[in-house]
Design a protein around this ligand. Structure first.
Ligand code: NIG
Ligand code: FE
Length: 431
């Protein structure tokens, strides 16, 4: 059984020899095949090339039945990889949205029991089944927007039971959705109200109760800490990361969102897979990242929503770093998981070229979630996670048309997931 996509206007982000990540000036290149075909066998990308070299049915493997999609005028992209989200949450926080408009800062809202603690209260009152149902709506939303792999964090539980509840919901999403999921334990997202005067007690619970349980139930791939002013100090972050690493959880940390917190340097010290946010970063932070395996991950959705300074993406690229981009989909600082919009914001606000933004939401974000072997580009042997656009004039039109939904058809693991009736437009047939 195969799926042939033919007459592709442009096959985007093709790799003959896949790279683990794309660094510095190389980020401004992407390889595109104009007038192309793409052949998928079961759940895997099998072959691609120019239409003029198309070998015909006999040249395709597994050719007993081949479905054909003719996509004249449309582009094919590898699915977006969203390496930083908090999309398992209960309810929403639009009250704080208006509080912010009235002038309160993110930290002031947090101090009044809003923010993360507000979401923790709502999550506590929500059953595991209801939390799963609410989260699956967001999962289906991001799938339809072109995302094929997503990292999801805990961190709105903040008690042993509620952190495990969140992580079990993430596991259920993994088991029940075609999207690729990585789970991150973020017990150190905020200090709960009852430990405000005894932070050590909560850190002790994270290290000695939560981490061992999360590890024994195999509920997480990574550990995260919100290492920033008003949340966790460098010293606390180090102790929590060390405990996680001891249990086989590599680090991915929240760093330098609210202050020059030392989070970037701490992430590098503990060989974090990524350090994320980085709105407060300068030459020291960039220097700390050069020559390391840690991926700087920028979240322009939350900088936009909270009105934070923009991270120095251009300086990072000039310094040779492999910048990744993610949505940070969460109820408090980025209530959107739209990765096409993230590309637009990266271009408009961070002055990244469309090619740089694309590398950052595919190859580099796949690397930032430990999927560099299987996801992030159109390469033989990779998981067949792609989307077909509507008719558009060029590749750059994607980030340029920042408010338009241009994803037409979504294919995950070789299967058409969206639209539910793939014959929309009548362009599918069988060999
Ligand atoms: O990545 N910065 C910390 N955590 C989230 C926000 C969480 C919230 O406000 O609910 C973030 O922006
Ligand atoms: Fe976050």
């Amino acid at each position: 059984m195969g799926l042939l996509i033919r007459n592709i206007k442009g096959l985007i982000q093709v790799e003959e020899e896949p790279k683990k990540k794309i660094c510095g000036s190389e980020m401004s290149n992407i390889r595109t095949i104009p007038d192309a075909y793409l052949y998928i066998e079961e759940d895997t990308i099998s072959d691609f090339g120019e239409m003029k070299n198309f070998p015909g049915k006999s040249g395709m493997k597994n050719n007993d039945r081949i479905d054909i999609i003719d996509v004249s005028g449309r582009f094919v992209f590898p699915s977006f990889c969203d390496s930083h989200t908090h999309l398992v949450y209960a309810g929403s926080r639009e009250r704080e949205f208006t509080d912010k408009i009235r002038g309160l800062s993110y930290e002031e809202i947090a101090r009044r029991g809003g923010g993360i603690l507000n979401s923790a209260k709502k999550l506590h009152e929500t059953s595991e089944d209801d939390l799963f149902t609410q989260s699956m709506i967001r999962i289906n939303e991001i799938i339809n927007l072109g995302t094929g792999a997503v990292e999801i964090k805990s961190g709105y539980g903040l008690t042993v039971d509620d952190e495990l509840k969140m992580l079990r919901v993430i596991k259920r999403i993994k088991d029940n959705s075609p999207i690729e999921v990585k789970a991150t334990f973020l017990g150190a997202h905020a200090i709960p109200e009852e430990y405000k005067n005894d932070r050590e007690k909560y850190i002790d619970i994270i290290i000695n109760e939560m981490i061992p349980l999360v590890s024994s139930e195999e509920l997480a791939d990574y550990i995260d800490v919100f290492c920033d002013r008003g949340f966790f100090t460098v010293n606390e972050t180090e102790r929590i990361l060390m405990a996680g690493i001891k249990y086989g959880l590599p680090a991915k940390i929240h760093a330098n969102e609210l202050d020059f917190s030392g989070g970037v340097q701490t992430g590098v010290k503990y060989n974090a897979l990524s350090v994320d946010h980085l709105e407060r970063s300068g030459e020291e932070e960039i220097k700390a990242l050069v020559g390391t395996d840690t991926i700087p991950t920028l979240l322009p959705g939350s900088a936009f929503f909270l009105g934070l300074p923009d991270p120095p993406a251009r300086r990072m690229i000039e310094a040779g770093l492999s910048v990744a981009l993610a949505s940070d989909y969460n109820p408090g600082s980025s209530p959107s998981g739209n990765m096409k919009l993230v590309m637009s914001m990266a271009c408009i606000k961070l002055k990244m070229l469309p090619e740089e933004a694309l590398n950052a939401v595919t190859v580099n974000s796949a690397c930032a979630m430990g999927l560099s072997e299987t996801h992030g580009s159109i390469a033989r042997g990779r998981v067949a996670n792609i989307f077909i656009t509507k008719e558009i004039p060029s590749f750059e039109f994607m980030p340029y048309a920042f408010g338009s939904d241009l994803v037409d058809t979504v294919i995950l693991k070789g299967k058409i997931i969206y639209p539910p009736t793939p014959l929309k437009g009548g362009y599918k047939s069988v060999y």
